[in-house]
Design a protein around this ligand. Structure first.
Ligand SMILES: Cc1cc2nc3c(=O)[nH]c(=O)nc-3n(C[C@H](O)[C@H](O)[C@H](O)COP(=O)(O)O)c2cc1C
Length: 359
């Protein structure tokens, strides 16, 4: 009788072979799609501004945004049909993602020599309004937009030089939100404990797993077809036909496996970064998104990688513990990130600009 382990190994080998065949015979050219996407456009046009905005980081790559030309600029509105009711029940990440897009849009406006001013309008579902004027200048962070990515691999353990840490802190400082960097190994381990506790709660929640699975794109074809969601290769996982990918996810998405991976990834990182804001409301969630996007772009410019570990701010029970551990008082911890050095990974995709601009 074959052992359970050998059956699993055989299953894994078969899956890999199937994935290779699948990629060879039916996989579209994901590289061509990403190369075309992550390329320059004219930031002087509405399409160009929206192009750069949509290249921003965003929760689950759900792209829960719409763009509308206004009398004096561009409005960014939430697309609640793409919200994440389980992982992001209060829409914190959704508004933070609008903030990420707003930051990219403002940087692109600067590259087209236009000034920009952001206002959060709370009416209805709330929206971000960006007024554009004349005379802005190019911020060096603009250049990093096309190279930025979330890199979910193990890093190489190297420390980040003090001058670069200072640049990361400086870049992440915006009105109402900022970034705290943690490089003390003892404190990193205490934050890791909260990450693992919160991660265990999420992984054990069938509704969380089902929502995550619905945004996973298990192969290049699925990623290109939807142009949204989380492409398996961007998390270092093999490409599989969708039904096999779903089957493997159900089997292997376990607390033990996920916690082992996160613990290893944190231990391989140079440090953690916490985005925190003055208040806990949608206007500040947008500012937290801007702070994070600027941190991510500055990291990219310095050759530093980063990835999210937001579990302790997403799980209601661990957020106050993180707040108190970090001495944040009544400031809201918005995002938890790790940073360090690693080669790039597969890029993510976006829906076309025409699909997100309101007529
Ligand atoms: C508010 C917010 C929350 C996010 N949370 C997570 C997370 O918990 N885990 C993760 O791996 N990535 C997270 N991300 C990163 C997105 O998944 C990523 O930006 C998206 O898949 C697009 O990929 P890219 O940033 O590499 O272009 C988050 C991004 C934002 C803006």
């Amino acid at each position: 009788m074959p052992s359970r382990r050998s059956l699993l190994l055989t299953g894994g080998a078969l899956a890999l072979a199937a994935s290779g065949a699948y990629m060879l015979t039916r996989g579209p050219d994901h590289d061509a799609a990403t190369n075309a996407l992550w390329s320059p456009r004219d930031p002087g046009s509405l399409d160009g501004l929206v192009h750069y905005a949509t290249l921003a980081a965003n929760s689950h790559n759900a792209q829960a945004w719409r763009f509308r030309q206004t009398v004096d600029g561009v409005a960014i509105l939430p697309d609640m049909t793409r919200a994440l009711p389980v992982a992001d029940a209060d829409h914190h990440h959704l508004y933070a993602s609008l903030g990420c897009a707003a930051e990219n849009l403002m940087l692109a406006a600067g590259a087209a020599e236009r000034s920009s001013a952001l206002d959060f309008v709370p009416e209805g579902e709330g929206r971000v309004e960006i007024a554009l004027g004349h005379g802005g200048g190019q911020d060096p962070l603009f250049e990093a937009i096309l190279a930025r990515q979330c890199t979910r691999s193990d890093y190489d353990g190297r420390a980040v030089p003090a001058a670069d840490l200072a640049a990361l802190e400086e870049a992440g400082r915006v009105d109402g939100a900022e970034v705290m960097l943690i490089t003390d190994p003892a404190l990193i381990m205490r934050v890791l404990e909260l990450i693992l506790t919160a991660n265990a709660a999420q992984v054990s929640d069938p509704a969380f797993a089902a929502e995550l699975k619905s945004w996973l794109r298990f192969n290049a074809r699925a990623a290109v077809e939807s142009s949204d969601g989380l492409f398996s290769a961007a998390s270092g996982n093999p490409s599989l036909p969708t039904p096999l990918g779903r089957f493997m996810f159900d089997r292997f998405f376990t607390v033990e496996a996920e916690n082992d991976r996160y613990a290893r990834q944190v231990r391989s990182s140079a440090g953690l970064a916490i985005i925190h804001s003055d208040r806990d409301d949608p206007a500040h969630w947008v500012q937290a998104g801007r702070s994070y996007q600027r941190f991510a772009l500055q990291a990219t410019a310095l050759g530093i990688r980063h990835a999210h570990l937001n579990q302790p701010v997403e799980v209601a029970a661990t957020r106050p513990q993180l707040q108190s551990l970090l001495g944040l008082g009544d400031r809201r911890p918005d995002m938890v990130l790790r940073f360090g050095y690693a080669p790039p990974m597969a890029r993510s995709l976006r829906r076309p600009v025409a699909a997100v601009i309101d007529a």
